[in-house]
Design a protein around this ligand. Structure first.
Ligand SMILES: *[C@@H]1O[C@H](CO)[C@@H](O)[C@H](O)[C@H]1NC(C)=O
Ligand SMILES: *[C@@H]1O[C@H](CO)[C@@H](O)[C@H](O)[C@H]1NC(C)=O
Ligand SMILES: *[C@@H]1O[C@H](CO)[C@@H](O)[C@H](O)[C@H]1NC(C)=O
Ligand SMILES: *[C@@H]1O[C@H](CO)[C@@H](O)[C@H](O)[C@H]1NC(C)=O
Length: 963
């Protein structure tokens, strides 16, 4: 009897094991803006590629109604920006019912970001913010904590993003777009599912990652809104076809569980059709399980994940990212790394602004120096939240990526500018009160400025200076105590800078705009206290401190000049070859006990070239894809003239060309070896052929075909020319197939010395190194064809005069020792650019209040690599600490008045402890076990300090008492 039972049990188990379980995941991929704006997608009629698609309102209504008709039915909701719009329009009853559907697991919140962000062109801080906005929304409204990442449409995948997802409490992520060669290889080797442990990251930041089998579609012929529906009349042959599909799929997978998406873009507006057909298939197949060897389930990614995690399987490990993405041999999606440079620039600036503003609000909330926030906390909170949501919208993979239609790009810009305006509505009154506590003024009314092109774009400075009126400038330093070079664009005038002790500061006044000699830069430099405000005035005095810098007279016959930049550095310019040599004494730290001075020379030159866009009907270059006509670039703008302005603080070398004007700035008291490059790209003229403009930096370094690019501003990724670390690359497109996204930084390391050259970018761009010692960065593109990936418009941005949009772009070239981390320092300085506020003032002089408290004491941090951010919530704060240093740890001493409650995941929706209890364990195919790590949190609290490992990011929940 007993033996029989065991035998029977054995047979049943064996039978069960033979079954293949197919997890169907009903979903709709809802772009938060692309061919239509966010609002259009919500409620308009949506026609894409000649088909009628659903709009968001219909999709969410339909799913809500149909899912209730069968408790087995499931659906995943991904884009929270859209869910929140729908939510706002529902009754309490509907909301309650929706919550019940979430609670009983029929609707599952997956990803839970405000949008599905792009990975190539987004910055780590902005990614964390956009995910936080969504995660906080679903926590507040639905009481859920998402556990799965869902990046099924973005055009390539970053290592840093994978690590961030792990730290957001995700056990797995799914995506679809990987290089077509890589996909075939992974499919044949059963490597579509893997443990992703980014190389440079702490080991605990691993995440199970899966590439979808068929993009994010339904199986072929099972897209029910357009294909044949499954009814009792055809179910027999449709079921067989369905089963056959999954038998084929099974060959590429390791377990007997398979997961498949059911849906597409803007699907499920007629969800009855989907659910009825799926119900019919499930009923038919599951009542003949033995015959088909298969069971079909309504499921979700997390249910699937639980199943495969239970099995004692081993998995391949991946340490590399998925860039660049190509969907065939001539289609490398590397154009969008640079597409819409103005939108990318605006996005990066708006992100930096947000980080700084949140700190200012938190300081005020703690110190309560004014009544502004006590009275208006809710108002402020809502305005800030609105801005955060618009920033989150920009992170969408058809927003900052530059792959949306023009009117949609305009809508994103409008939204983010509205967000900034809402923030300024409470920020300016707050700062005005601060200033009035520091200085006697009859009235202060702040303005902020953008000088995209000329000084006249700042209304206030332009009109006051032109009328000989002084200007009050208040500057917030959103980082550690440091020396900063400040540059202000103003029209020509005899002005100088006064600090709040009525002392003149050294100023250089340089009018170097070749097109408008009244368009000038005023430079000054000062020591700025950390996280604090300081006040200055632009006043009309001719003082000895002021230098109106005139161009250096260079005799006609000179072919070379040498300029002394500082006490330790010179610049040699070869006026004929247009080449530069930077000479400097460098402090070497090779020997621990004493520092050695070493003389160094760096040769470099800067060229602006172009590729003509391929207009081959087979595959054109376009918003997504970069395909040059030939693999050779051509001269775009030769340097016609070199003009040198040598001031007391800065030396500006102006490179005048036909289509590009460049300023090289060397600050005399700056760190050595940093050159600021400001490139002004004049309107690109195209007739019938698109142009893609590159900046090429030539150096004498030997990098042996190897270069390094950052990943979302963090981990440096090693890139080798014409090579991929995980498969044998077949490459036809030798230029665009070697392009990689640059979020902040690209570097070359010399193989014969300890030298390195890096370029820090002010926005995301694409770049590569095709020749020894060369860094190539695509800075602008104007294209007259579409690349046939859906957007259906050419990337042909024009201004009001119907000329190509001009653009001012900054880079920093840094000659450093390997591991010196100077380029990281510049990256951090740029991200912590000062906030500058201008106001009219009646008085030339300052009348300073001695009891002023303008030095901030809430954040005591001296480490430039450590970013410290506070964010005020209604009854607590979050403290974010980011160590942007690849080599050294950073220490944060917990101030007495900080009461740290717990450590949180990156999106601040759960404690780190509760996440580590949920973090799944996986075994790799070489026997290594990946599992949650113990933390030192309690010990650190006792010791009163947090230690952040290189590139570590941490978030805490806390109370802060005013001191
Ligand atoms: C200049 O920048 C501001 C803000 O970034 C933007 O609103 C404005 O449209 C820009 N102007 C031009 C001419 O690009
Ligand atoms: C030069 O700039 C000034 C002030 O910024 C402006 O008033 C003037 O029209 C400009 N001139 C030209 C030729 O663009
Ligand atoms: C500045 O001062 C100089 C010398 O006093 C004078 O020649 C010049 O016209 C002034 N420039 C302006 C713009 O006021
Ligand atoms: C240059 O790179 C190749 C291939 O990556 C490598 O085998 C070789 O050792 C490198 N040479 C030097 C001098 O580093």
């Amino acid at each position: 009897m007993f033996i029989l039972f065991v035998l029977l049990h054995f047979i049943i188990c064996q039978q069960q094991d033979k079954l293949t379980y197919v997890h169907l995941v009903p979903h709709s991929h809802d772009d938060y803006g692309w061919l239509y704006t966010i609002d259009e997608y919500y409620s308009n009629r949506i026609i894409q590629f000649g088909w009628d698609y659903g709009n968001i309102r219909d999709i969410l209504n339909s799913v809500y109604n149909e899912i209730q008709k069968n408790p087995q039915r499931k659906y995943i909701q991904v884009e929270i920006g859209f869910l929140s719009m729908w939510w706002d329009r529902q009754t309490e009853d509907v909301r309650q019912k929706y919550k019940d559907l979430v609670k009983n697991g029929q609707i599952e919140i997956i990803n839970g970001g405000w949008t599905m962000h792009d990975e190539a062109t987004t910055y780590f801080e902005d990614i964390i913010d956009q995910m936080t906005v969504g995660h906080q929304w679903v926590k507040d409204h639905l009481d859920v904590i998402p556990s799965i990442g869902w990046q099924i449409d973005p055009f390539g995948h970053q290592s840093t993003n994978a690590a961030l997802f792990s730290q957001m409490g995700f056990n797995a992520q799914w995506f679809a777009r990987v290089d077509y060669q890589d996909f075939e290889y992974r499919k044949s080797e059963k490597r579509l599912e893997m443990i992703w442990q980014p190389q440079e990251q702490c080991e605990e930041n691993y995440i199970f990652s899966a590439v979808n089998y068929k993009h994010y579609d339904a199986p072929t012929n099972f897209y029910f809104e357009r294909d044949e529906q499954v009814t009792p009349y055809n179910v027999q042959h449709k079921a067989q076809e369905f089963v056959n599909y999954f038998k084929q799929m099974q060959r590429s997978y390791r377990t007997n569980h398979l997961m498949h998406t059911m849906g597409q873009d803007f699907a499920f507006s007629k969800s009855e059709i989907w659910f009825n057909s799926i119900d019919n298939l499930i009923d038919y197949i599951n009542s003949r399980k033995d015959q088909f060897g298969m069971e079909i389930l309504y499921s979700t990614p997390s249910k699937y994940l639980e199943e495969i995690n239970k099995q004692q399987n081993i998995w391949p490990v991946n340490n590399n990212d998925f860039f660049p993405y190509a969907d065939n041999s001539n289609a490398y999606w590397t154009g969008y790394f640079t597409s819409r440079p103005a939108l990318k620039g605006l996005t990066k600036d708006a992100g930096r602004y947000l980080q700084a503003v949140r700190n200012i609000i938190s300081f005020e909330n703690i110190q309560k120096r004014t009544n502004v926030l006590t009275v208006q906390f809710d108002f402020m909170y809502n305005q800030l939240e609105y801005y955060e949501q618009q920033m989150a919208a920009l992170m969408h993979h058809d927003a900052v990526s530059g792959t949306e239609r023009q009117h949609v790009a305009n809508d994103y810009i409008k939204r983010v500018c509205e967000g900034q305006k809402k923030v300024r509505d409470f920020l300016h009154p707050l700062l005005q009160e601060y200033a009035l506590q520091d200085i006697f003024e009859s009235e202060i009314k702040y303005h902020e400025c953008h000088w995209n092109v000329t000084s006249s774009e700042c209304e206030i400075t332009n009109s006051l200076i032109s009328n000989n009126k002084p200007i009050l400038i208040s500057i917030f330093n959103p980082s550690v105590k440091r020396q900063m070079n400040i540059r202000i664009r103003i029209p020509q005038a005899n002005v100088t800078i006064l600090n709040d002790k009525n002392q003149f500061l050294k100023t250089d006044f340089i009018c170097s705009n070749p097109e408008n000699k009244t368009d000038c830069d005023l430079y000054f430099r000062d020591l700025f206290q950390g996280y604090s405000f300081q006040h200055y005035k632009i006043v009309f005095f001719n003082s000895n401190y002021h230098k109106n810098v005139q161009p250096l007279q260079i005799p006609e016959d000179k072919t070379q000049i040498k300029i002394e930049l500082s006490s330790i550095s010179n610049l040699k310019i070869d006026l004929q070859a247009k080449k530069f040599t930077y000479q400097t004494w460098e402090t070497s730290q090779k020997y621990s006990d004493f520092q050695m001075q070493q003389y160094r020379e760096y040769d470099f030159s800067l060229n602006y070239n172009l590729y003509y866009s391929s207009q081959d009907w087979g595959q054109s270059s376009g918003a997504y894809i970069f395909r040059p006509e030939t693999q050779q670039s051509h001269t775009y703008s030769e340097i016609k003239n070199i003009v040198v302005y040598q001031g007391q603080l800065v030396t500006v070398v102006l490179l005048e060309g036909e289509h590009v004007t460049t300023q090289l700035r060397f600050y005399s008291a700056n760190y050595d070896k940093v050159i600021e490059v400001e490139t002004f790209v004049h309107p690109i003229q195209v007739q019938n052929t698109g142009k893609e403009i590159i900046m090429v930096l030539n150096t004498g370094l030997q990098n042996n075909k190897t270069f390094y690019t950052d990943s979302n501003g963090l981990d440096m990724q090693k890139r080798v020319l014409n090579f991929r670390p995980t498969w044998n690359l077949q490459l036809q497109q030798e230029v665009s197939g070697n392009y990689y996204p640059i979020g902040a930084l690209i570097s070359l390391k010399d193989i014969n010395s300890d030298q390195q050259v890096s370029v820090v970018t002010d926005r995301s761009q694409g770049g590569t190194s095709l020749k020894e010692g060369q860094i190539e960065i695509m800075i602008h593109r104007r294209i007259v064809r579409d690349d046939a990936r859906g957007v259906g418009e050419s990337l042909n941005e024009v201004d009001q005069r119907n000329q190509g949009i001009s653009q001012k772009i900054r880079h920093f070239i840094i000659f450093e020792r390997q591991n010196e981390q100077l380029s990281r320092r510049i990256q951090n300085e740029l991200d912590a650019s000062p906030l500058i506020f201008f106001s009219q003032t009646k008085n030339q002089y300052f009348d300073y209040r001695s009891n002023s408290q303008n030095r901030n004491k809430i954040i005591e941090n001296q480490n430039i690599y450590l970013r410290v951010y506070l964010r005020a919530y209604k009854n607590y704060y979050t403290l974010r600490l980011y160590n942007v240093n690849d080599i050294s740890s950073a220490q944060f001493d917990i101030p007495q008045n900080y009461q740290i409650l717990e450590e949180l995941t990156l999106t601040a929706n759960q404690s780190k402890k509760s996440w580590s209890e949920k973090q799944m364990k996986w075994t790799s195919n070489n026997g290594k076990v990946y599992q949650a790590q113990q933390d030192n949190f309690q010990k650190e609290i006792q010791e009163g300090k947090f230690i952040l490992k290189p590139l570590q990011l941490r978030v805490f929940k806390l109370n802060i008492v005013s001191t």
